[in-house]
Ligand binder design. Structure first.
Ligand SMILES: [Zn+2]
Length: 196
């Protein structure tokens, strides 16, 4: 499901071992942490510090495991996210989205969706079937990425995070109430912790 013209991976690993070696797995913030809904600043410096954050995002995503992770989910309020539909299996698969914007969408599809900040919960959300996202890569180069299917869904999900929009914000009425009841149950059972 990866596009054939996927953008540059964040790094070129010299060996498979090096690629898969976890660098820094950070705690993923759970719903309720204010940093998930705080404003996110544009990425301005594409320096070594940013490369480190990108590695942390990928490592944390692989460990979770998840298909993507946004910087606010590890407590960094930056307009930055990574997506890796291969979850660490394909060194060419990771995509870095810095300062991303969706510039075109097509169609609509209802899809089941989960989020690492709502562990164990899923809901159905309407997403574009296809989209074009414009974003800077790890080195600050602007790219246009055409995405459909699972890839388009992942892009929408991570971009939502950069606007402080979470799964629950897509739900209305009874559906939202039911979801919030499941959230309360997770908290009560002690499955979720907001420390991080
Ligand atoms: Zn999420």
């Amino acid at each position: 499901m990866l596009p054939t013209h996927s953008v540059a991976p964040y790094a070129t690993p010299s060996t498979k071992r090096e690629w898969r070696k976890p660098v820094a797995v950070r705690p993923i913030l759970i719903y309720g942490d204010p940093r998930l809904e705080a404003p996110n600043e544009p990425v301005e410096q594409f320096d070594d510090g940013l490369q480190e954050i990108i590695r942390d995002l990928l490592d944390t995503g692989w460990k979770a495991p998840g298909l993507g992770l946004a910087a606010p989910q590890i407590g960094l309020n930056l307009r930055l996210a990574t997506i890796d539909l291969s979850v660490g299996k394909d060194p060419e698969a990771p995509i870095v989205l810095a300062n991303p914007e969706i510039v075109e969408t097509e169609g609509k599809v209802s899809l089941e969706e989960g989020c690492l900040s709502f562990p164990g919960l899923f809901t159905t959300i309407s997403r574009p079937r296809r989209l074009v996202v414009r974003a800077q890569d790890a080195h600050g180069e602007w790219r246009s990425i055409d995405a459909d299917g699972l890839f388009a869904q992942a892009v929408c999900h991570e971009l939502d995070h950069l606007d402080g929009t979470l799964l629950v914000h897509h739900l209305r009425g009874m559906k939202r109430q039911m979801f919030m009841r499941r959230v309360a149950k997770m908290r009560k059972l002690g499955v979720w912790s907001t420390t991080g």
